[in-house]
Design a protein around this ligand. Sequence first.
Ligand SMILES: Cc1ncc(COP(=O)(O)O)c(C=O)c1O
Length: 476
Amino acid sequence: MAKEILKTVYSHNQFANNGHQLIDTLVDHLQKSTSAKNPKTINWNVPKKELEFWKDFLKNGNDGDFIPEVLKHSIHTHNPRYMGHQVAAPAPITALTAMVSSILNNGMAVFEMGMAPSAIEQVVIESICKKIGYDRNPGGFLTSGGTLANLTALLSARKAIVKQDVWNEGHSATLGIMVCEEAHYCADRAAKIMGLGEKGIIKIPASENFSMDTTLLDRYYTEAASKGIEIFAIIGSAPSTATGAYDNLDVLSKFAQQKQIWFHVDGAHGGAAIYSEKYKHLLQGIVHADSIVIDGHKMMLMPTITTALLFKDKKHAQDTFNQRADYLLDDVEEEDWINSGKKTFECTKTMMCLHWFALLKHYGDTLFDAFVTRQYDLAKTFEKMLIEDPKFQLATSPQSNILCFRCIEKGKTNGQLDAWNAAIRQRLLEDGEFYIVQTKLRGIHYLRTTLMNPFTTKDHLRQLVKKIKAVAASIN
Ligand SMILES: Cc1ncc(COP(=O)(O)O)c(C=O)c1O
């Protein structure tokens, strides 16, 4: 019995048949997603019903319906009306590289367990470092997501700056980091994981446009120091998540240098602007960062989860975790790019480098320039459209492809406007033609779009505006 089942599972013919059929299904899915005739971006279902559906499907569903049902029950990032969270519509070639990674399953913890991906990852890292402008001894690695990469960078920062050997001895001093109040919540989470506690997260208020108010840096640093907090790092958001506002990296780099602390840039979303001739000025000063995070699965057209963590000095990438796993790692001084498991949180990781390499090899850096520039330009177009319409109010002028706005109406109180906008967004979700999200900024409820899809046009944005107005009127 066991022999039979294993034979069936590994049948090459079955794999070929299923694989060819799957490619056809996915091509059909991509065609439908981009077609004007198929307006649904999401077929919304409430969690309870969704769970019941899949419980029932496990018992009663047909094998052949599995993938079609998954497609039906999932959000479609390839639909140009997808304008929600910061997740890419992956370039189809990266679905193929993902498949190669899954079949080979080379875990990469040690060189033998991924010779090609280890070397390929190194090539990718060198190429990104060059684009950043790092010129001395740069390095880094790919890892599973911006959240994990930011935590890893802060661990490197602590190791490099704090005198005490915290990794081995724990910390007796009160340690802290500085970050804008608008930063992604993973900075907060990383600090908590590291035991810094609430008082160790020095949150710098944002200025009018939601980027860090750098005029407050000295005051907050001095106040923290007077309470005995030893600050070892400052994080710049490039940009922050909710509004897409870039912190002034140039000012932060000078501050970090003056205080002799680590300068980390969370460029998970918009670090990719290093490739944009038009928008790279937003990242001025990034070259002085000790570490930088860039997500491939946000603004670089790759599937989840694919993140680069780059270091100005690669020695720090090597030093972060000097914990031993004797059965895995040789004691000899080897080339620093091999044996990924020494540097990363993960022991085993996917061959995510294949996506980066395939895009670089087939299309070159110009692909990323074309994409980032187009999407950031499109947000400016959308801004103009909303400014000209008295029914809308923007939270701030967009610096990236993220744009927050709300419906307004004379006579409604702020509380009523909040409830109205929340109801509009819920109605849009249930309708499913467009997918946009929402956020609270300084206590005010906003609708939020991130223009992630390379085929969203001005016309789609016009249709969205029309739809929102119709929905808003129907709720009034
Ligand atoms: C600025 C920023 N940092 C970090 C993250 C977390 O990245 P990931 O989802 O890859 O863990 C996000 C996610 O949206 C982000 O916008």
